[in-house]
Ligand binder design. Structure first.
Ligand code: ADP
Length: 192
């Protein structure tokens, strides 16, 4: 079973693509953003801690995020394969994930990166703000999240590119066409 990561800037549609890819490959999509939002909604201690960071567009501290992910990865559905959405987002988190997977004897197969222009990203996020009313989708917070992506998360892409497991897919345009090319790219890499 496949062990995948999907990456992409806020607004790139990675959450939506993650759902479709996970279904295709028969693995759970594990989104740290969704896990945090569930904690916020349920008003858990973790949710209270994470919510403030999220509303400001800041990252939740690495150790908090990593502990939450570790727990989710222990669920039975993630034992053999998974698609991570939103983790790792920092170079520190790469190391934490490496350690987690080394302990399980499970190397990563593919890191898929969705690419899109800043203007498209901003437009999509402002649209999502109206549709979903996410508290971190105001313009100032969006700009902060885009900047953090560039400063903290693009180095993660570089690191995986050096390992030779990064695949880039054009994330602009039709949702179904993007899913199809992402599936084709991942299947090609898994076969080859
Ligand atoms: P998007 O990709 O649209 O920015 P996500 O749903 O992936 O949104 O994440 C929402 C928020 O959750 C982030 O802005 C951040 O505050 C927090 N978050 C999610 N994943 C991580 C992570 N790996 N490390 C730190 N914070 C995270």
């Amino acid at each position: 079973m496949a062990r995948l990561i999907i990456m992409g800037p806020p607004g790139s549609g990675k959450g939506t693509q993650a759902e479709h890819l996970a279904r295709h490959f028969g693995i759970p999509a594990i989104s740290t953003g969704d896990l945090f939002r569930a904690h916020v909604r349920d008003k858990t201690d973790l949710g209270l801690e994470a919510g403030g960071f999220m509303d400001r567009g800041e990252f939740v501290p690495d150790h908090v995020t990593t502990d939450m992910l570790k727990q989710r990865m222990e669920d039975a559905d993630a034992a053999q394969g998974f698609l991570l959405d939103g983790y790792p987002r920092t170079v520190i988190q790469i190391g934490a994930l490496d350690e987690m997977l080394a302990g399980r004897g499970q190397p990563l197969d593919v890191v898929l990166a969705l690419m899109a222009s800043d203007s498209e990203l901003l437009a999509r996020m402002l649209r999502r703000a109206q549709e979903q009313g996410r508290s971190d989708d105001t313009e100032a917070v969006i700009q902060r999240r885009l900047a953090l992506y560039r400063d903290e998360t693009e180095p993660v892409l570089t690191a995986y590119s050096k390992r030779g497991i990064l695949l880039s897919v054009d994330g602009s345009g039709d949702r179904e066409a993007i899913t199809a090319s992402a599936i084709a790219a991942v299947e090609g890499a898994l076969a080859g």
